[in-house]
Design a protein around this ligand. Structure first.
Ligand code: AMP
Length: 207
């Protein structure tokens, strides 16, 4: 089973996705994470992608498909994938169809203002990648590894606005593209409340 997790940036896809992957034995594949790993390794592909990412723009499809296809070839992906951040356009969805199918789409419904607030407050540990929010976490150091917390370049206001515009214009049309397989869930303040209906839905599929 392959699942696509959809929702605007800052809607909480990462948190929800980790729970789904854990409980349903799926491999989380996030093109954003793949790019960030490539940047951290100083690879040419990552550094090229970064010029788009920092502005909040989509990375060109050839680079994105390349990094995704390499990941999907790895043996762990054969048991089922939870896609996060790919596809992000109809063009990408058509390209994915040639590699594999999406069985179900989980769409996280969160108001735009909430997404903006969450992204502005988001801080990431520069060592282990753990995510915090300044609203709920007072320290500038990671409580897991002691690393310094930093703000992602694309979590600055101008890039956030561009990312949300790109989502509306280019990614949201996928809701119609996958209309026969979309399950909508309202994002709640407590991640457990968001997860419960998704868990019920996915468990129901197994019966
Ligand atoms: P994310 O962490 O999913 O918000 O992704 C961070 C950035 O990586 C995005 O703003 C894009 O610049 C780039 N990116 C991630 N996934 C894709 C994709 N499917 N197509 C194009 N660019 C992507």
């Amino acid at each position: 089973m392959n699942i696509l997790l959809m929702g605007p940036q800052g809607s909480g896809k990462g948190t929800l996705g980790n729970k789904i992957a854990r409980d349903f034995g799926l491999v989380p594949v996030s093109t954003g994470d793949l790019f960030r790993q490539s940047i951290a390794k100083g690879e040419k592909l990552g550094l090229e992608a970064k010029t788009y990412m920092d502005k909040g723009l989509l990375v060109p499809i050839e680079l994105t498909l390349g990094i995704l296809a390499d990941r999907l070839k790895q043996p762990d992906c054969q048991k089922g994938v939870m896609f996060d951040g790919f596809p992000r356009s109809i063009e990408q969805a058509e390209a994915l169809k040639k590699i594999t199918d999406i069985d179900h789409v989980i769409l996280l419904d969160v108001p735009k203002e909430t997404c903006i607030q969450r992204m502005i407050g988001r801080r990431v540990c520069s060592c282990c990648g753990a995510i915090f929010n300044v609203e709920t976490y007072g320290s500038e150091d990671c409580d897991k590894c002691g690393g310094k917390l930093v703000q992602r370049d694309d979590d600055k206001l101008d890039a956030i606005k561009t990312r949300l515009e790109v989502y509306e214009k280019t990614t949201a049309p996928l809701i119609d593209f996958y209309a026969d397989r979309v399950f909508v869930v309202k994002g709640q303040e407590d991640p457990e409340d968001t997860y419960r209906p998704v868990n019920d839905f996915l468990k129901g599929l197994k019966k």
